[in-house]
Design a binder for this molecule. Structure first.
Ligand SMILES: [Zn+2]
Ligand SMILES: [Zn+2]
Length: 305
């Protein structure tokens, strides 16, 4: 039985029993009144995903950095595989866990009354920090790097690279992400807002996009720009373990992993130990084939920072 079904069953039970359930909070409490079903959650998330992809592709066309064509075939295949795998395992689990937390009065945000307006930004910031930590762990722990290197194995750097994640990496991250949603007591609205902002940031920062200098400088004080993330995809090992953020740049700045980059810089992207562009089959099998010395090198580099 899928995890979602188990959680939904508990959810229905709790909604019937709980006398002061957050399902029944006063309507003026905006955040909790934005509760949504799994299918609404999936629909909003999918619309945000498609819009984010469209915006990034348009920006690549209007303000190209290197006019790269991108590895669309392999990356689109990863997207299709991931959509199927995650759909089967747990398509809207984050929403289900958020509803479960509300029904059972679980989580930090559920305990703080009177500042409901804070719940949305707090959820976005907390989940982005977790994403930073998970990404950094992927560069430091050899087992996780086996999967994450697939993302870095794209020799090109375009919006399609944002789709290139090994299903193993997504599945491994699921328990952590769901635990944080529960610990936080995030609302479904907060989770879906994070997922939409994450999709925009993910497509935008992987874009083959040049930004005007002044705009790039201002944006780079708050969020991850394409130039900052391009440096993270560098073939040079000393660059690889920098700029781990996805939405906000604050975590890199606070934790010493921020490295400046601008649209005027050219970066050779990809992995130094993969010469030819991998096919979908070889990229899927990469976690099984990576020699240990490569992982050790990446780990040593990560621990030096
Ligand atoms: Zn990375
Ligand atoms: Zn990336």
């Amino acid at each position: 039985m899928r995890l979602e079904r188990i959680l939904v069953a508990q959810l229905v039970e709790a909604a019937d029993d709980a006398p002061v359930s957050h399902f029944r909070r006063p309507p003026n409490e905006l955040i909790w009144s934005l509760a949504m079903t799994e299918s609404q959650f999936q629909a909003v998330r999918t619309a945000g995903f498609l819009l984010a992809l469209g915006v990034a592709v348009a920006l690549q066309y209007l303000a190209p950095h290197m006019r790269q064509r991108g590895s669309w075939r392999v990356n689109a295949a990863f997207w299709a595989i991931n959509a199927a795998v995650i759909g089967v395992v747990c398509g809207a689990c984050a929403c289900t866990v958020a509803r479960w937390a509300a029904a059972h009065d679980v989580g930090l945000l559920q305990r703080i009354d009177g500042i409901a307006w804070l719940a949305l930004p707090a959820t976005v910031a907390a989940l982005d920090l977790v994403s930073y930590a998970w990404h950094r762990a992927n560069h430091v722990i050899p087992f996780l790097w086996r999967f994450h290197q697939v993302h870095h194995s794209d020799p090109t750097f375009t919006a399609s690279t944002a789709l290139r994640f090994h299903p193993g990496e997504l599945l491994l991250s699921l328990p952590l992400r769901l635990s944080v949603v529960a610990a936080l007591g995030a609302s479904p609205a907060g989770v879906v807002l994070f997922e939409i902002l994450f999709a925009f940031a993910n497509f935008f920062e992987h874009g083959d996009i040049d930004l005007p200098v002044a705009l790039e400088r201002r944006l780079g004080r708050v969020c991850i720009t394409p130039a900052l993330h391009r440096r993270h995809h560098s073939r040079q090992r000393e660059e690889l373990n920098t700029n781990f953020g996805t939405i906000f740049v604050f975590w890199d700045r606070l934790l010493g992993t921020h490295r400046h980059s601008s649209s005027t810089q050219r970066v050779r992207t990809g992995l130094p130990y993969i010469d030819s562009p991998p096919t979908i089959g070889s990229a899927l099998g990469l976690p099984l084939r990576a020699p240990l010395w490569q992982e050790a090198a990446v780990r040593a580099q990560g621990s030096n920072r």
